[in-house]
Design a protein around this ligand. Sequence first.
Ligand SMILES: NC(=O)c1ccc[n+]([C@@H]2O[C@H](COP(=O)([O-])OP(=O)(O)OC[C@H]3O[C@@H](n4cnc5c(N)ncnc54)[C@H](OP(=O)(O)O)[C@@H]3O)[C@@H](O)[C@H]2O)c1
Length: 265
Amino acid sequence: MRIVVTGAGGLVGSALARREGVVGLSRAQLDIREPSGLGTYDPELVINCAAQANVDAAEADPEAAFEINARGAGALARRCAELGARLIHLSTDYVFDGRATRPYGEHDPINPINAYGRSKAEGERLVREAGGTIVRTSWVFGAGGRGFVSQVLARLAAGEEVRAASSQQGCPTFVEDLVDALLALARLPMLPPILHVVGDPPTTRLDQARAIAELVGASPERIFDTPAPTGAAPRPAYCVLGTTALRALGITPRPWRDGLARVVT
Ligand SMILES: NC(=O)c1ccc[n+]([C@@H]2O[C@H](COP(=O)([O-])OP(=O)(O)OC[C@H]3O[C@@H](n4cnc5c(N)ncnc54)[C@H](OP(=O)(O)O)[C@@H]3O)[C@@H](O)[C@H]2O)c1
């Protein structure tokens, strides 16, 4: 199957593009806002990893986030439909408001509380309108990058203390596990409209930071609870995505601690 990945310069896109037989297109090769050139690659399936995924930058410039995460996603989805290519579009736990007390199901009402989440929610709507499949994920980490795991590692390496919120609950997801699941989904003839793909089990940012410290042999006393998440944009407190639909397709969420060990050691 000819699989084309957009946003191939990013964390998820680059991990996908390293897999055999996957064609990765960076932003320079294909801007999702102007996807007319997609036909050149004759895709059977497109996985859209292109996004403005910086939550605080989106809060500062919501229009720029909307342009890519909503209008860009919609333009790509319509182009895929014209070409007869299936589309898997990546979305986020941040479409929810974080007030739940049990894992979010795929069809629970969305209610984003920051600009990034609003732009992704509108992207979901436009992608669904054009017949694409939504895969929501959360707290993705891999080697390098600018995410939470990298920040904690850098602070520990610099001998600094780490502040992480026990009030923030979610599912860390190792990028290679996410890629395995996406490629397994790509092989299925039919997909439900929305799926959650995350690591297991749910945890807090505080416990995730402690797990990182343990793996690098740093003292857990350098990890402190903080009442509020860091960053300019508000973050939903409870971001646990339920995976019943994924399991029904025969795909079991992987333990994020195993992925963490691969990144850290
Ligand atoms: N990382 C997470 O924790 C997380 C959690 C939940 C959901 N997600 C979702 O997963 C997907 C992938 O996220 P990621 O972490 O891999 O993000 P990322 O590392 O920021 O990568 C996004 C990529 O998209 C590219 N891009 C931006 N605008 C584009 C455009 N108009 N056309 C084509 N490419 C464009 C970026 O290129 P430039 O660098 O040149 O701008 C970048 O290479 C996103 O949909 C995100 O919302 C991520």
